[in-house]
Design a protein around this ligand. Structure first.
Ligand code: NOJ
Ligand code: CA
Length: 551
């Protein structure tokens, strides 16, 4: 184990932190059952330490039937036996804290699993009962109540309503679920639900958890006043606008809940932190990121921003302006467990329709994997130099690509199964990590992997990259280490480059970042070169490369 350094005392540690998302089932398997687990994460603490991280965020590890990769939680205050025990969690937290890494857990407050004890009670109970009132049960329409109560749509199924009989209910009601039918939505108008989640947050905060990632933070409150309004398609963020009166999301009443959560967080020293996953109109983001509510909010704009100078500059400017309004810090992210890996996106011609490409098992258009990884590293160094915190996703430090050819019979994601197989879903970025160049699951564990790993994973394994100074892993390690010592005031200044494909900005302490997006190599400005995401060509910055300088 690396030596103990403990946690920093800085209450603002989160403002410019490097946070690494672990998808526990796919990180490291300690007992050879093909499923990653908490002991697996603990066994890799030296690796996490080598990335100079401030925190890790664990996607759900709670008991779950995995109808949605663990985002269907059956018990919010326990560990899935396949992933370990609460004692294993405590051990992981203690070992992370010893090496100065904090820990976020994922809170999924919009919906539970249908296997949650409350939902099991609700299904058994009568209409109008206390048990049903924790969820959203309604009578159906039509002469015999045979039609769903409204036209609301769900993310993973055609309708947002399922008849109770599907879950074994004996009555004639329907229940609401914004995601899969196995993910019934809570009724947040019921104070019992509020109380229950305060208890869950306190449970983890008391155990020493430092932060919380809040799943679909915008959806807890709905307009449930009768008659329920019609909403046959998802509203766009523009349609929902900035009024705080969405039917199913982004309602003003939400902030009463988050203010209560904030009060709880502030009872700890240092105060617990939270980051909201909220898909809302940009003008509404400050409400979620306010210091009076959750404190920080994901900004997903770089997931969609094309790798081009003008688009990158605009994204940065918008995000910085927003952060000023928030009084929070910016959050930068290129990938997570819901997205096609960004190395792959950046290796595809931007005109390619990614969906049809995925559906063709990645064969319908050429992927330039090396260019993708190179651009991805340039993008990473660019965002790591910006003010604010960076949320990274496991495997991106290896320059890992999306696995596009998982056989249909092995796909687990409800996005695929429930969308008439029109969308390959998110399993391609959730394939267990390769640690070794060979072995049954490339060192992930001794008993195979719960999603199939392709043979090319060998070249992206930790072992393959560890001793190569130009590998993605080496660049991440050096850059993240440097970043720790370079972090300074949350400001940037743009410098003229005279080249529309090159961006150059600096931070107040003389830390400069120059990215050449495409075209001719760019002459190196004066200064001490700290790192380059790709080897220089005759001292110049080639296309798809970011350089950090100190002046
Ligand atoms: C967002 C999570 O990131 C995603 O994986 C999940 O499917 C939905 N929320 C529903 O919980
Ligand atoms: Ca295991």
């Amino acid at each position: 184990m690396p030596k103990s350094v403990g946690l920093s005392k800085d209450k603002n540690w989160w403002r410019q932190a490097a946070i690494y998302q672990i998808y526990p089932r796919s990180f490291a398997d300690s007992n050879g059952d093909g499923i990653g687990d908490l002991k697996g994460v603990t066994s890799r603490i030296s690796y996490l330490k080598s990335l100079s991280l401030d925190a890790v965020w664990l996607s759900p590890f709670y008991p779950s039937a995995l109808a949605d990769g663990g985002y269907d939680v059956a018990d919010y205050r326990d560990v899935d036996p396949r992933l370990g025990t609460l004692a294993d969690f405590d051990e992981l937290l203690a070992e992370l804290h010893k090496v100065g890494i904090r820990i976020f857990v994922d809170i999924v407050p919009n919906h539970s699993s249908n296997l949650h004890v409350w939902f099991k009670e609700a299904i058994e109970a009568k209409p109008g009962s206390k048990a049903r009132n924790r969820y959203i049960f309604r009578d159906g329409k039509g002469e015999k109540g045979e039609l769903p109560p409204t036209d609301w749509v769900s993310h993973f199924a055609p309708s947002a309503w399922t008849h109770e009989s599907v879950m074994g209910g004996k009555g004639n009601q329907w229940y609401m679920h914004w995601f899969a039918p196995e993910q019934p939505d809570f009724n947040w108008d019921n104070p019992e639900v509020e109380k229950e989640f305060l208890k869950t947050l306190k449970f983890w905060a008391d155990r020493g958890v430092d932060g919380f990632r809040i799943d679909v933070a915008h959806a807890l409150k709905k307009d449930l006043s009768e008659p329920l309004r019609s909403l046959p398609v998802f509203e766009t963020l523009e349609e929902r606008g900035n009024k705080g009166k969405g039917i199913l999301a982004d309602r003003d009443e939400l902030f009463k809940i988050y203010k209560q959560w904030r009060k709880l967080f502030n009872q700890y020293d240092p105060p617990r932190v939270a980051v909201a996953e909220a898909f809302v109109h940009p003008e509404r983001l400050p409400l979620y990121a306010s210091t009076k509510t959750l404190g920080q909010c994901f900004d997903f704009r770089f997931i969609e921003t094309p790798f081009e100078a003008a688009a990158y500059k605009e994204s940065v400017q918008d995000a910085l302006e927003l952060a000023l309004k928030n009084k929070s810090s910016c959050t930068w992210t290129l990938s997570n467990h819901d997205q096609i890996r960004h190395a792959t996106k950046m290796g595809l011609n931007s005109a390619v329709d990614r969906r049809s490409w995925m559906l063709s098992d990645g064969t319908s258009h050429p992927l330039d994997a090396a260019a993708g990884t190179q651009n991805a590293l340039a993008a990473t160094l660019f965002i790591l130099a910006l003010p604010g915190s960076t949320y990274m996703y496991q495997g991106e430090e290896l320059g890992l690509h999306e696995v596009t050819d998982i056989p249909a019979s092995q796909i687990q994601d409800p996005q695929y199964l429930r969308n008439n197989k029109m969308d390959k879903g998110r399993d391609g970025c959730r394939v267990p990590l390769p640690w070794q160049k060979s072995g049954s699951s490339f060192g992930f564990g001794t008993g195979g992997a719960h999603l199939p790993q392709p043979s090319w994973f060998a070249d992206y394994s930790v072992a393959a990259e560890e001793n190569d100074p130009n590998s993605a892993l080496s660049i991440y390690r050096i850059a993240l280490g440097l970043r720790k010592s370079l972090i300074t005031e949350e400001k940037i200044k743009w410098h003229k480059t005279g080249n529309p494909s090159v961006l150059h900005f600096s931070r107040p302490n003389g830390w400069h970042c120059i990215t050449n997006f495409r075209g001719e190599s760019y002459p190196m400005p004066k200064g001490e070169i700290l790192i380059s995401s790709h080897p220089l060509t005759n001292g110049k910055i080639p296309a798809g490369t970011t350089v950090w300088l100190k002046k």
